[in-house]
Design a protein around this ligand. Structure first.
Ligand code: NAD
Length: 257
């Protein structure tokens, strides 16, 4: 498969899963528009190693005006976005009655509404070229719930709904839209939850890892960001031409139970 001359915008690609997907797409020749916070230079260097063109935009995805700027900038720099990966996401863990309103609003904006904005803005050019791939980052929490994650579970269930509608509205075109639903993936987002558990229960990190995975993930293994990158490549390949509107689990058996 070659993604040469295609441009992929991967939100939240400065860390974790987004970085893994950006590297996988670049390895197949795609130019990459990166976005996210943190150690931006190191992330750009990692993605650039594949030798394709890499640009970066600083948009805060909780702000629709900055998302518009990101999409305009991608179009100005690359012509258009062919592959859109809505990956950026945050987590906050708290019981419903203690859940702070600003945490709810931020999770809804970044984990769900941002994908609506990027999708509505990317579709016209994809339709004009009759080819496109939209990959939304779901989660096992897009399919089942866990306690203390009200906003995250609601936003991730929502992203599967958005994925299905997008897939239906593009069903007769060369554009597909699908969601990836991982269980535990070893990234800063997941590791913080394990560390918090270790602190709360006064146990070490290894014990907290076993406890976290043992609760729900039968494989007792973290999924890797490389595995997820390969699944994204499959969606972009010709074999993915008629895969539309799925929520594809990569969860070590979590939702098989
Ligand atoms: P991560 O914390 O390593 O990376 C998150 C990325 O999103 C970073 O690049 C960060 O800078 C970016 N980001 C956060 N807020 C942003 C904002 N306001 N504007 C722009 N960028 C922003 O986390 P991750 O584990 O790689 O998570 C990526 C996605 O995968 C998320 O949607 C998450 O819900 C999902 N996910 C993660 C796991 C897991 O176990 N790690 C499991 C299932 C789903």
């Amino acid at each position: 498969m070659s993604l040469k001359n295609k441009t992929a915008l991967v939100t939240g690609s400065t860390s974790g899963i987004g970085l893994g997907i950006a590297k996988a797409l670049a390895s197949q020749g795609a130019n990459i528009m990166m976005n996210g916070f943190g150690d931006v230079d190191a992330a750009i260097a990692e993605v650039s190693a594949a030798g394709t063109r890499v640009e970066y935009h600083h948009a805060d995805l909780s702000k629709p005006s900055e998302i518009e700027d990101l999409m305009n900038s991608a179009a100005a720099k690359f012509g258009q976005v062919d592959i859109l990966v809505n990956n950026a996401g945050i987590q906050h863990v708290s019981s419903l009655e203690d859940f702070r309103v600003e945490h709810w609003d931020a999770i809804m904006a970044i984990n769900l509404s941002a994908a609506f904005h990027t999708t509505r803005l990317a579709l016209p050019a994809m339709k004009a070229s009759n080819w496109g791939r939209i990959i939304n980052m779901g989660s096992v929490h897009a399919l089942v719930a866990s306690v203390n994650k009200a906003a995250y579970v609601a936003a991730k269930h929502g992203i599967v709904g958005l994925t299905k509608v997008t897939a239906l509205e593009t069903a007769t075109t060369g554009i597909t839209c699908n969601a990836i639903c991982p269980g535990w993936v070893r990234t800063p987002l997941a590791l913080k939850q394990v560390e918090d558990k270790a602190k709360a229960l006064n146990i070490n990190f290894e014990e907290a890892t076993k406890l976290s995975l043992g609760e729900k993930e039968p494989s007792m293994q973290f999924t890797t960001t490389e595995d997820i990158g390969q699944l994204a490549l499959f969606f972009c390949s010709p074999a993915g031409n008629n895969v539309r509107g799925v929520a594809w689990s990569m969860d070590g058996g979590w939702t098989a139970q």
